[in-house]
Design a binder for this molecule. Structure first.
Ligand code: GLU
Length: 261
């Protein structure tokens, strides 16, 4: 009995100490970390012209990279205070949660599933899913893919929507958009399913492919953060920048410059 009382007392002391420690522990704050580091680290694509790509000088370029620079200017006072880390649709969440990057700006759509594991800014662009086919293809709508094969990029929203729209369709996945494009050109499948603006970027100087006119979804692009209280201030700061740059017309001008308006 005596032993039992001692153990119980020890448990109470342990629990109380634990509680006390938790209350004293500062809640980590990603905005403070960035401010102290004096550099913003952003995951952007390099395979998704005109949102994220490398220009001829080897610099990170595109609408998403431009937004990253605006956010660095808004938070840290200079658009030079940003470091870009290349991400793909399939590794962007991993790089965010491993701490390699502070945020993802990479043609990433807000979806209910992603909202369970990520925090998002307000949207900064709207795209729509579409089909890219070889010119003269008998595929005119997504339903025409029944019994055929289609290409998607891993980690993108199109795999799910394609399988839902056309159950049993053959799906071929690639890690990057240029690989997906090469596969279409090589006749490995009948279409690529992805966002219209990305497909347009792929097909820009190629008369042998065609972006079909129908859109199958509304893809709201937003900046993505680790989910939790540590992101709260950062999300607020990024939303503030997006609101300012929307209001003063900078986002619109950027969209015009990149041909995505
Ligand atoms: N916007 C879609 C997505 O978030 C497709 C673009 C992409 O591959 O990033 O998945």
């Amino acid at each position: 009995m005596y032993k039992k009382i001692i153990s119980l007392l020890m448990l109470v002391v342990l629990v109380c100490c634990g509680c006390g420690k938790k209350q004293d522990e500062p809640i980590s704050n990603d905005l403070n970390t960035i401010t102290q580091r004096d550099k913003l680290i952003v995951g952007v694509k390099t395979d998704t012209y005109p949102f994220g790509y490398m220009d001829e000088k080897g610099h990170f370029a595109g609408y998403d990279a431009a937004l990253g620079r605006l956010i660095a200017r808004g938070i840290l006072g200079s658009d030079k205070k940003v470091k870009f880390v290349p991400v793909t649709a399939s590794d962007r969440m991993m790089k965010l949660y491993s701490g390699d990057i502070d945020m993802i700006i990479a043609t990433m759509s807000v979806t209910p599933k992603r909202l369970e594991i990520l925090d998002f800014s307000e949207p900064y662009y709207t795209a729509g899913q579409a089909l890219l086919v070889k010119k003269g293809s008998d595929v005119k709508t997504i339903q025409d893919l029944k019994g055929k094969k289609a290409i998607i990029v891993y980690g993108s929203t199109s795999e799910n929507s394609l399988r839902t729209a056309v159950p049993g369709v053959g799906v071929i996945g690639y890690r990057t958009y240029p690989d997906a494009y090469k596969a279409l050109k090589a006749g490995k499948a009948d279409a690529i399913v992805s966002d219209d603006t990305i497909l347009l970027g792929l097909a820009l100087k190629d008369d042998s492919v065609e972006l079909l006119p129908k859109r199958y979804s509304k893809e709201l692009y937003a900046v993505a953060f680790r989910k939790g209280p540590e992101s709260k201030d950062l999300v607020r700061a990024v939303n503030n920048v997006i609101q300012i740059e929307k209001k003063n017309g900078t986002l619109k001008t950027l969209q015009e410059n990149f041909g995505i308006k």
